[in-house]
Design a protein around this ligand. Structure first.
Ligand SMILES: *Cc1c(COP(=O)(O)O)cnc(C)c1O
Length: 363
């Protein structure tokens, strides 16, 4: 053991020493359908306008710590209800971290399983008491187990991704309201996929003091920017704002996000196209009768492959130059499951063609 390793082992928390990294696959030279990114960039004419907008960005100065202009545009484009406040983060990942950092030691965090992996990852890194409740076979919430866990553990925070990642479905809104009403802690509705969903809890914010709604620009088409926000009661947002690092949203992000949101219709067109392609890919996948395909309200589709074939299909797709996500190693309900992000029509065709060939020849 190196002496640096010995120092690290002595200095850092046990939870961190035993943690594994958040793994990101190498997508070099592959068609990238693994990370729920929007496949489209800004149209060329807009790129020129965007670059011009950056010309007077004062890089020598610290950014506006409150990002006032950007916050105002976000409130408008996302129809944040009157009386709710928002907090901006360097991606919604940072907001999850900030929220969990504010909890007492050993506080309980609850989320369904499977769901977004960062809820668990960040909870464990902070030494919090993370509990996950398996979804039903059809990926709906197991309400009996959820309500029991709420009563038993009194979680300080409950995360519900709506639509859920990696399953793509929307939970029953009545179930969600029941959870908000039963919980004495905060309920975070993570609406990362709102641009594709036609469903939201945003309008319910004024009804519940313990409800927070989180969104991000990542899946809309700006994953490289790292900008997310959370909306809720000012008394809660103000406490979180104390531990937010003062300049967490850099000038380039502030300027670029304002520019992008001023051209929101471009993103609406792109997400509309992605939703149409989602229905096309869904229908095509359903035509492979060896697959079990799940409906999706997001920009990805999860499907179950014949027993013990997920890993090989994933590798074969890579050989065909296509990177998707193999969920099977996460086990439980995700055993034998693969997840594909909706790409451009060409990318989707290439994926479907390769998958068809693989299923026909090898399985
Ligand atoms: C992608 C994703 C996020 C992370 O968004 P960033 O703003 O890019 O950090 C949060 N929640 C869910 C459910 C996601 O799928």
């Amino acid at each position: 053991m190196s002496s640096a390793h010995a120092i690290a082992s002595r200095i850092f928390r046990q939870q961190i020493l035993t943690m594994s990294h958040y793994k990101v696959a190498d997508a070099s030279n592959l068609i990238k359908l693994d990370a729920m990114e929007n496949p489209y960039t800004l149209p060329e004419a807009l790129v020129q306008k965007w670059l011009a907008s950056l010309q007077n960005c004062p890089l020598n100065r610290y950014p506006d710590p409150k990002a006032k202009k950007l916050a105002a545009i976000l409130k408008k484009t996302n129809a944040i209800p009157e009386g709710s406040e928002i907090l901006l983060g360097n991606g919604s990942d940072e907001i999850i971290q900030l929220l969990l950092m504010a909890l007492p030691n050993n506080a309980c965090v609850l989320a369904p399983e499977p769901s977004f992996v960062m809820y668990r990852q960040i909870s464990l890194s902070l030494g919090l008491d993370y509990h996950s409740i398996p979804l039903n076979e059809d990926f709906s919430l197991n309400m009996e187990k959820m309500l029991n866990a709420i009563k038993t553990h009194q979680p300080a925070v409950i995360f519900l991704a709506y639509p859920n990642n990696p399953t793509g479905n929307l939970f029953n809104p009545d179930d969600i309201e029941k959870i908000i009403q039963t919980s004495t802690g905060l309920v975070i509705i993570d609406e990362a996929y709102a641009p594709f969903a036609e469903a939201s809890l945003m309008d319910s914010l004024p009804n519940y003091d313990n409800l927070l709604v989180m969104r991000t620009l990542s899946k809309l088409g700006l994953a490289g920017l790292r900008l997310g926000f959370i909306a809720g009661a000012p008394d809660i947002i103000q406490q979180l704002d104390k531990i937010r690092l003062p300049y967490n949203i850099n000038v380039l992000t502030q300027e670029t996000a304002c520019f992008a949101l001023d051209h929101y219709s471009v993103f609406e067109q792109q997400t509309h196209e992605i939703c149409q392609q989602r229905q096309f890919v869904l229908a095509q996948l359903n035509a492979f009768n060896t697959l079990c395909v799940y409906p999706s309200a997001a920009n990805f589709i999860i499907f179950k492959t014949p027993e013990n074939t997920a890993h090989q299909i994933f590798l074969d797709l890579k050989t065909h130059g296509i990177l998707i996500k193999n969920l099977s190693p996460q086990q439980g309900l995700l055993t034998d499951c693969l997840r594909v992000t909706i790409g451009t029509p060409d990318e989707n065709q290439l994926f479907l063609k390769a998958l068809g060939k693989i299923l026909l020849e090898d399985f």
